[in-house]
Design a protein around this ligand. Sequence first.
Ligand SMILES: O=C(O)[C@H](O)[C@H](O)COP(=O)(O)O
Length: 374
Amino acid sequence: MITVFADQYLYNIASYLPDSVDLVLYDPAEGLPKGLDHAQALLVRTVNPITPQTLPDIPAGLSFIGTGSSGTDHVDQAYLKASGITFADAAGCNARSVAEYLATSLLIWEARAQYKLQDLCAGIIGVGHVGRQVDRLLQKMDIATCCYDPPRAQRDPGFSSSTLEEVLAADILTFHTPLTRSGPHPTHHWLDAAKLSTHQYELVINSARGGILDEGALCKAQDEGTVRHFILDVWENEPDINLDVAARAFLKTPHIAGYSVQAKQNASRFIADALIQHFRLPPQNESQDTAPLQISEPADLFKSLPAVMDHLHPIREYESELKQILQKQNPRRSVLFNRLRAEFPLRQEFSHIQLPATYFERFPVLKKMGFHLL
Ligand SMILES: O=C(O)[C@H](O)[C@H](O)COP(=O)(O)O
């Protein structure tokens, strides 16, 4: 029997693993679990970095580490490789969820800041799993996009990237790259003072990783008027986030753009499947479909599309919870930030929400955005 230690917040992880596995759940707030000497596999989330410092003595029996996340900047993969550990991530698990966060936050911003999205162009930096979904969804909403991803253009002859000058001429910038500090295309502080000085941006959104944009430079650009607004879901030094930066954000959320039931199911399934393959265990075929969310409130309860979206996507609920945490001048802010992420109820993606026909009559774009008829 193999023993697997797993973060207790990996969505329904037990149901994706064979019964023959001895599963030990751990609380990520306490760091990496003790007792790994008895484990063959470890399944983590982004809140527990895997580095020579956090895991100095890799137990002899441990041969597999998985992260239930698309991003892998919390894992020193070279260290794992040198230690003979097989590593698996959940790339792409939350692509649709992030795109829906983008769409919803843009609609809220459009209404509150009085813009017309169809008059603006969104520059998408990073067009992998997530950026592609963002591009598709924004196009369905008739928002012009400009896609920038030179590394993808090098590997994918079917993709042509816009130039740096073109993407930096967009009205809105949104980031969907990994956070990298080395290699030919490092993304750490990609959006810096120099790039921010080239043009007047109406909105900058970061839902990828804190550190892709330089928060200090962003605030300075706002003071100087080259950035009007910014929306942040991810932060430098998370979970210890900068209060001044947070206070300036037009919308602020606790790194939950990729949080939906479907994304979390994908994350657990992807790493469980990799583990099953690694240990040559019997596959799990159990279906994890959840019942769709059926909305019964009449459409005329909502004055506008952003009001509908506010009801269907809890961005502002997350924001008000986060505001409360940030008000508390106590050293537990970071703990509360992570707890909010782990324990706030997950939302359903648009394809799992059913709306009465009157919603589509009043707001036809809802169909294109992927909602279903009740
Ligand atoms: O990289 C990802 O998949 C996302 O940032 C995701 O939201 C991380 O979730 P966590 O592992 O912190 O639950």
